[in-house]
Design a protein around this ligand. Sequence first.
Ligand code: GRF
Length: 192
Amino acid sequence: MAEADARSVAILISGRGSNMTALVEAADAPDAAYKVVLVASDKSDAPGLAWARARGIAIFALSPKGLGKPAYEAALDAALRAAEVGTIALAGYMRLLSDGFVAKWRGRIVNIHPSLLPRYKGLDTHARAIAAGDAVAGCSVHIVTEELDGGAVLGQAEVPILPGDDADRLAERVLAAEHRLYPATLAEFVAR
Ligand code: GRF
């Protein structure tokens, strides 16, 4: 079977979905580099899912609870293939994909992470950057591999840490940078 078009994008979310919203809105431009063909979530009550549904985007919602990871991922994989997805964009998707799933989609899954990788992989990135006394924080879009937040970095945006910043204030400014970085980096990625 021919590989699906890289410009057909699925976005995976678990919650708020503000990066998903930014990606979808960028795809509305007449000269957009990619099309969002599916929004999928492991939480059927993810706020972002309702937004996507209202927008007329195909959605897929399934919880792994009670199902187990292999069956959950098999169903997700089937939904992605049925939608002829070429690129998967993780946007606040809070579940670790198995090595087997990553291998099947090798080089075609990207993620946005709220730090300047390779610094601060994992959680609590803003608090850790402030505690370390860093002058600059930021966000990264990277390829997803079996190593958590460890794949090749495709794009980054820096955000200065200001006197008096706490994790929430810094997170808010980094999030605004994420919303610019992710659509631009995804557009370049799918056009490679
Ligand atoms: C973002 O900070 C993103 O970098 C991280 O999870 C958060 C998701 O936020 N991976 P949202 O759901 O896109 O609003």
